[in-house]
Design a protein. Structure first.
Length: 289
């Protein structure tokens, strides 16, 4: 499929405007040397600067007419029909990543969401720590250290996400019923997990520029919203940042968390489907003939 210049440049401009709206506050904070423990997480943990979101890509199988300026972009190629993402070339350089992404996304989508973790992974990351060892030292613990430890020790912990589990404190590790590893990620991920949902943005970036710009920003927006719940339900007091806490140590807080968790799982599913289609398009582009 080929897009006329007028069509794709309009999409490119709309993407730039949307990306600016999503990242302007973070860019301004960086300019002032400030950091926000909730809103800046997607730029620090995933290590991608806000500017990475601003560049629009059409996706695999779409050619852009009169786009000669993109001819020397990484993983792009030009022909008489137009300029577009070189799917075969991208796959050749990132085949393990593409296959892992597809395995994780497909396996996650094939499981029923588990909605009873209550965000305890964040609590397990500060279990039995001293004040100086807390990850977000600038934020107070809502229940204090003793109260936080009591919540961890009085709940069942069943974290399935490796990139959350690996930050558990040594005393919290044996309390988790599962032992997720990077190797076992396709066998462990499930769609109710907030971090698995946030990782849709991670996969979108790792598959870029094969991912259409609109899908990339959809994944980013979802990850941003999930991060807010993640911190509202955490042991940290984020009320000073304008967020109402989700008190998961109470029945009401648990119910609120599960409702939001279910809504995020529903929002994530169509994005997971679209990312799977990107993986399949890249794998198909690498097939001979």
């Amino acid at each position: 499929m080929a897009l006329p210049a007028g069509v794709w440049r309009e999409r490119e401009a709309a993407h730039a405007r949307r990306a600016h709206e999503l990242t302007a506050a973070a860019v301004q904070r960086r300019g002032r040397g400030e950091a926000h423990p909730v809103e800046d997480f997607l730029f620090t943990y995933y290590s991608w600067a806000p500017g990475r979101l601003a560049r629009w890509h059409p996706g695999v199988g779409v050619l852009l007419e009169d786009a000669g300026e993109r001819a020397d972009w990484a993983h792009y190629a030009s022909s008489a029909a137009g300029t577009g993402v070189d799917g075969a070339g991208l796959l050749a350089s990132r085949a393990p990543t593409v296959r892992l992404a597809r395995d994780v996304l497909a396996a996650t989508r094939g499981r029923a969401p588990q909605l009873a973790c209550f965000g305890l992974h964040e609590w397990a990351m500060v279990h039995r720590t001293e004040p100086a060892g807390v990850r977000h030292a600038g934020l107070p613990l809502r229940l204090g250290h003793a109260g936080t430890d009591a919540v961890v020790e009085s709940h069942r912990i069943r974290c399935s996400h490796y990139d959350a589990f690996r930050f558990f404190t040594p005393t919290a590790v044996p309390l988790n019923e599962l032992r997720p590893t990077r190797t076992d990620q396709p066998a462990q991920e499930q769609p109710g997990c907030l971090h698995a949902t946030m990782d849709l943005y991670r996969w979108a970036m790792k598959l870029s520029p094969a991912v259409p710009g609109e899908l990339l920003l959809d994944c980013f927006e979802l990850a941003r919203d999930v991060r807010v719940l993640d911190m509202r339900a955490s042991p940290y007091d984020v009320s000073g940042l304008g967020y109402a806490p989700v008190a998961i140590e109470t029945p009401e807080g648990k119910a609120e968390y599960v409702r939001a968790q279910r809504e995020f799982a529903e929002r994530a599913d169509p994005l997971r489907v679209r990312l799977l289609a990107v993986c399949d398009a890249l794998l198909a582009a690498g097939e001979p003939g």
